[in-house]
Design a protein. Structure first.
Lengths: 186, 202
């Protein structure tokens, strides 16, 4: 049993100190994950409060079938998705609304060769739909394995791989629309 | 020749390879293919760019408010104190606990009695929802060409009445009051040309 699992066992017995330690160990990652989904600091903080209250209440139901972090991310995702649906932030599968948030014309990139790749890619990533973006977030920010991602998103591992493939295709499409040629990265 | 399935599998491992989360054995296998395959190299370059994009994103992510824990903690404490108050109340006033138990028991008993009272009327199993009554019941099937007028005439003749039917198979239940005439009645029914089947119902 690892350290986090021991903490969860203690939290199940209403140990507030264990809860505080778990919060300190995990809150940064959880906040980053939620923020990646809702893209708003205040909303992300509200969701984080709800997430940890849920962790406190459900600790006794944690069976140790998954990693503690994966379990917390799953709770955070459920609450975030409800919030996204409630506030009608943007279509889960579509990036149409996000496209309006980042208005970059193709000409800008054609003219500015000195624009850094990371900046271009940052803009393109921000234009991805939540469905595609969250898989990449989990790999590149949270360093999750495909098994963990499958568990958080409640999908089979093969679907995770397919989503990664389509996320990449979509990114290429977005970059193309931005006027960034395929060779820009090579 | 490498199969396209294996190639796709290797492709899907590139992000993990870049993040260093791939086991050593798989990493080495991937590196070997990478040194020979231009398409895979291109993909890797693309993912490297994605990784750079993420580094940029991560560097700009806001920090969460340090007071959040107090919000969570206060919420939990409020819940706990509410629960504690309820428990304290009942432990200090055991009479209330007993009263609640008695009320719950009474509700359960009265519910059981109510449902038993609904079911106390006897219902036959042979046909749906026929209540038992004085007299004898006979299951009868009439010929499919029998006319209503003929059926009525026959029923009047035996001094009976139809109390149920027809079901999907054309079965009627006919009741006669005089128990002693049952054999005589069955005889009349069976001899009549419009009757296909006539038997005592149990």
């Amino acid at each position: 049993m690892n350290n986090e699992e021991i903490l969860i066992k203690k939290i199940a017995k209403q140990d507030e100190e264990a809860f505080r330690v778990l919060y300190e160990n995990t809150s940064n990652k959880v906040f980053k994950y939620i923020y990646g989904l809702v893209n708003n600091k205040e909303t992300a903080e509200d969701i984080m409060v709800e997430t940890y209250i849920q962790v406190w209440r459900s600790a006794k139901n944690f069976k140790g079938m998954s990693k503690v972090m994966t379990w917390i991310f799953g709770i955070a995702r459920n609450i975030s998705m409800s919030e996204i649906k409630k506030q009608n932030y943007y279509n889960f599968d579509d990036n149409e609304n996000l496209n309006n948030k980042f208005t970059v014309t193709p000409q800008q990139f054609q003219l500015t060769a000195q624009v850094e790749i990371d900046e271009i890619m940052q803009i393109a990533l921000n234009k991805l739909s939540v469905k595609h973006r969250e898989v990449l977030d989990l790999i590149f920010i949270h360093e999750m394995s495909y098994e963990d991602i499958a568990e958080i998103l409640c999908i089979p591992i093969n679907t995770v791989k397919t989503r990664i493939f389509y996320a990449k295709e979509k990114l290429r499409e977005i970059l193309n629309e931005m006027g960034v040629s395929k060779d820009a990265f090579f | 020749m490498r199969s396209s399935k294996n190639f796709d599998e290797l492709r899907s491992l590139l992000p993990l390879y870049l993040k260093g989360s791939l086991p050593e054995k798989e990493s080495k296998g991937l590196e070997k293919v990478l040194s020979e395959n231009e398409e895979l190299k291109e993909d890797l370059k693309f993912w490297e760019a994605v990784k750079k994009g993420y580094q940029k994103i991560e560097s700009q992510l806001p920090e969460h408010d340090y007071r959040i824990y107090h919000r969570i903690s206060n919420n939990i404490k409020t819940q706990n104190s509410r629960n504690a108050k309820i428990w304290k109340f009942f432990s200090l006033h055991p009479k209330f606990s007993f009263a609640i138990i008695i009320i719950q028991t009474l509700i359960i008993i009265s519910s059981v009695l109510y449902f038993l009272s609904i079911e106390k009327e006897f219902k036959t199993l042979s046909v749906s929802n026929i209540q038992a009554e004085d007299g004898v019941k006979i299951n009868v099937v009439f010929h499919e060409d029998a006319k209503e007028k003929e059926i009525r005439k026959l029923i009047n003749e035996i001094n009976g009445r139809i109390i149920d039917g027809p079901n999907k198979k054309g079965l009627y239940v006919v009741s006669i009051k005089d128990k002693e005439k049952i054999n005589y009645t069955l005889d009349i029914l069976r001899k009549n040309k419009i009757v296909v089947f006539a038997e005592l119902a149990y």
